[in-house]
Design a protein around this ligand. Sequence first.
Ligand SMILES: Cc1cc2nc3c(=O)[nH]c(=O)nc-3n(C[C@H](O)[C@H](O)[C@H](O)COP(=O)(O)OP(=O)(O)OC[C@H]3O[C@@H](n4cnc5c(N)ncnc54)[C@H](O)[C@@H]3O)c2cc1C
Length: 468
Amino acid sequence: MSSDETTTARTAPARADSARHPRATDDVPTGEGHAIVLGAGIAGLLAARVLADRFARVTLVERDEFTGDGDGQEPSGPRRGIPQARHLHGLLDRGRTAIEQLYPGFTSEMARRGATTAEVLIGTRWYVADLRVAAAETGLTSVMATRPLLEAVLRERTLAMPGVRLQTRTTARGLLGAAHRVTGVVAAADDETLTLTGDLVVDATGRGSRAPEWLTRLGARAPQEERLEVDLGYSSQFYRRGPGQAEGPASIIISTGANGHGGGAIRVEDDRWHVTLAGMLGDHPPTDPAGFAAFAAGLAGPDIHDIVTGCEPLGDPVPHRFRHSVRRRFDRQPTVPQGFLVLGDALCSFNPLYAQGMTVAAQQALALRDCLHVPDRELPARFYAAAGAAVAAAWQLATSADLAHAGVVGQRGLRTKITNAYVARAQRAAHLDPQVARTFLRVANLVEPPAALLNPRIARRILLHGNV
Ligand SMILES: Cc1cc2nc3c(=O)[nH]c(=O)nc-3n(C[C@H](O)[C@H](O)[C@H](O)COP(=O)(O)OP(=O)(O)OC[C@H]3O[C@@H](n4cnc5c(N)ncnc54)[C@H](O)[C@@H]3O)c2cc1C
């Protein structure tokens, strides 16, 4: 079978009440043509949202099936294609505000459906490099929820857009077209092979993206890859929140200490704590309850250990292994095929410890929206240039922080060494000085550039208080 008309059988209709959610860009006319988005994870949904303003039809192609949508129930748990959804997913404030631009009322909707919201450094406890960060007004909001809830809200809002449809249980297997232009997708659904044709194909299939191989098969060049091996292990567990904890902190985040161990606990829907423990360079947290508790006991502050030992566990700890961060340099290609672009984790997959992935995907969606305002000449190259700034800034922060761990193999130029020594001092100063704490968290949330820590007013405080 061929032609996209053959693919309607497994599409899901729009389910959310679009009248309840005003469109962010009502003034942008819906255009012509068909865009195909591969992968209905966070990046795919955000991309479909912006494409719906420009294309008459947007088809989301997703290999998983979604259960629970539209029946009034919140999603019961993670799905197969997103194994990371069983682990803590923090949304940086830069990502929250980007999503809010695309889906007005997102933060309040999340809160209505069970997310906890809090000022990032108030009503929370942060420990960075083993020291408690001073409480300070940061102007940033945390939205704490499980990844399945976050994704369900974005999915409902996206499917409420005119022209957007979701085709589930369909796996993209390759591209149609030639080296200079992609014209569609070959996909498998059960035992059928389908072809979908479109004016634009967007790959948002995540870090396991096969785009390099698909492009090579068309005769186009695969992008160079940059990798940083971190061999990170996660282990996560839910707990029932006890009655006495109702007024406790909304979240406790322990960023990694010098030994590469870290953890976090956030209050999520249904009166639960979601606890994730992490360890770098092969030193992973155990998944047996006793080992999990012992690992938590080694973290700075008693908070996470108290939850692990004092609350009723719901299920057993589950592991996840993340071997390396990877950045695919489509921005460095001398030529890229028209009609095809790659975004989200498929473009750059960051060390999850820094919680950047969803935020950078949202920044990429905004970059795509801006590129779509100009008629489609050289869209992919313009997109990679526009999205590249957000990717580069986050990549630089994350890889520098990784290279601060002696066991991570990579180039440490003088600049990295000086930066890391200064950041270590800033972390210590953030323990005593609310103004440094505020700036530090604003940089970590990608709201301000790292240069904000060099502002003379802040630098003086870092030098003064960074000796603890
Ligand atoms: C353990 C862990 C913890 C993380 N924690 C955080 C965090 O705290 N904060 C944060 O911002 N980010 C975090 N991330 C990163 C975050 O999950 C991603 O950056 C974010 O989900 C965007 O990814 P994506 O949508 O590009 O890909 P994914 O979320 O991986 O989605 C890809 C989608 O494509 C589908 N798919 C794959 N192949 C095909 C195919 N061939 N055909 C059709 N469909 C396909 C999959 O089923 C899936 O739905 C974490 C990642 C990991 C691994």
